[in-house]
Design a protein around this ligand. Structure first.
Ligand SMILES: Cc1cc2nc3c(=O)[nH]c(=O)nc-3n(C[C@H](O)[C@H](O)[C@H](O)COP(=O)(O)OP(=O)(O)OC[C@H]3O[C@@H](n4cnc5c(N)ncnc54)[C@H](O)[C@@H]3O)c2cc1C
Length: 416
């Protein structure tokens, strides 16, 4: 069924009896051409593009829980492509371009909202760094705009401009950045992949790999063995645990990152703001809640939940820049497990085992990457060659010293 305004009106007038489930609930088959492990945004997008762009038919996505239960449904929904370094800039701009056409492409309302993102400047040194980043973005064909204090005040009059530990001295804006309804992205990709024949199998945990003569021929799962010509791993925060089953030690750590939402308020915050001096970022959801976050937990963990010390730290950051938020009540908070790579940039690469491919190391930035990550991983799986925008995301960059060390990323929270 194609979703449209006409369909909504027709169903409204006929008692909503015609809606079909958005995807099937198939039993796993014994053999597929390609198996993707992980039904998060990246795994589902990979399956979607494999079927749609690369013509593959026999594909399964194996998800240990339910789709959207991982980070794709836990993030703060910010999308942007304001990166400095050559290895990252074309890739994240490719992602933003895919976001711009995504809803039409997969026929699902993902509430893509290019409301703009603003990085606040608080020191002269930070201004220099942001001017450099803005210039690099423009050289890469990406929009960037340096805003004066007056321009920021006109849009965000409630920020703490003068009476603050870190007074605001300007900001770098990317007007094409914004937010996207995160779980709708998982649902849209799932529906699009399913309609092209992809089997999305939930409650199916991969517990091991079958490797014969240096070649991966399938996976052991909680629902039996599933054979595959190629296997793509896209399990985000569980990457270390999964790849340890083939004795791979990744250049990655798992940390918890938390998010917070206030009670619903009338529209107050028109775009996304980030407060670099204190590490706090905030947007307002279409339901009215202020959605905000800050640093990740400073120690390794697989606990998918929040805690009070980080809540206090993040709220202090918020109050420093945005004092009126102290009047709002906090509604809820949660945590997700981040796959933090050592240089803050991702990996989309083959492994040393034939037939086994890896996608991970997304750190804080994986949601915005989702469409490009899926497209580039599908390209790698289909053609055995990296997509032109993802050539730098290789395992061997750590061995060869070609790190993509983007500031503000990476596993060491104190070095942001
Ligand atoms: C609080 C928070 C805020 C964030 N904010 C932003 C943001 O504003 N902007 C941004 O760009 N990024 C943000 N991120 C990062 C982003 O959400 C992630 O980098 C990205 O979602 C990771 O990719 P994914 O969607 O595929 O991961 P996930 O949704 O976590 O998918 C991985 C899936 O693999 C499954 N899995 C794990 N092990 C197995 C197994 N053995 N067998 C089968 N399945 C398995 C998991 O159940 C999970 O569903 C945030 C993350 C968090 C936690």
């Amino acid at each position: 069924m194609r979703y449209s305004g006409f369909q909504v009106i027709k169903e409204a007038l006929t008692g909503h009896k015609g809606w079909a489930p958005a995807w099937r609930d198939p039993e796993p088959k014994s053999q597929y051409d390609i198996v993707i492990i992980g039904g998060g945004g990246h795994g589902l997008a990979t399956a979607y593009y494999l079927a749609k762009e690369f013509g593959h038919k026999k594909i399964a996505v194996l998800e240990k829980g339910w789709i959207g239960g991982g980070n794709v449904g836990r993030n703060t929904t910010i999308v942007r492509s304001n990166y400095l370094l050559d290895g990252n800039a074309p890739f994240y701009e490719f992602a933003l371009k895919l976001w711009e056409g995504l809803e039409q492409d997969f026929n699902y309302n993902a509430m893509v909202s290019q409301r703009g993102i603003l990085n606040l400047i608080h020191t002269d040194a930070q201004r220099d760094a942001f001017i450099r980043r803005g210039n690099a973005m423009r050289l890469n064909g990406i929009d960037a705009d340096l805003l004066s204090v007056d321009e920021i005040r006109a849009r965000y009059p409630f920020l703490n401009f003068e009476n603050a530990r870190f007074p605001i001295k300007g900001g770098l804006a990317q007007h094409r950045g914004g937010t996207v309804r995160h779980d709708a992205v998982a649902w849209g990709y799932a529906r699009g992949a399913d309609s092209r024949g992809v089997d999305i199998i939930q409650n199916c945990e991969v517990t091991g790999f079958r490797v014969e003569n240096g070649c991966c021929t399938g996976v052991e799962t909680s629902r039996g063995f599933v054979g595959a010509g190629k296997i793509g791993c896209a399990v985000a925060g569980s990457s270390g645990r999964l790849m340890s089953k083939v004795d791979m030690r990744l250049p990655m750590e798992s940390h918890v990152l938390q998010a917070f939402v206030s009670e619903g308020l009338k529209p107050v915050l028109p775009g996304v703001i980030t407060f670099g001096a204190g590490h706090f970022y905030c947007s307002q959801s279409d339901k009215g809640g202020l959605v905000f976050g800050g640093d990740l937990d400073g120690y390794n963990s697989y606990a998918q939940r929040g805690n009070l010390p980080v809540l206090e730290d993040v709220c202090e950051g918020g109050m420093a820049i945005f004092p009126m938020m102290g009047r709002a009540r906090l509604l809820r908070m949660w945590g997700g497990i981040m796959d933090m790579s050592m240089d803050g940039s991702p990996i989309i690469d083959r492994t040393h085992i034939d037939g086994l491919y890896f996608n991970g190391g997304w750190c804080y930035g994986g949601f915005k990457a989702t469409p490009a990550s899926g497209f580039c991983f599908a390209h790698l799986l289909a053609k055995d060659a990296p997509h032109p925008t993802a050539t730098a995301f290789r395992f061997d960059r750590f061995e060869k010293g070609r790190m993509i060390d983007e500031k503000g990323m990476g596993a060491q929270p104190n070095l942001h």
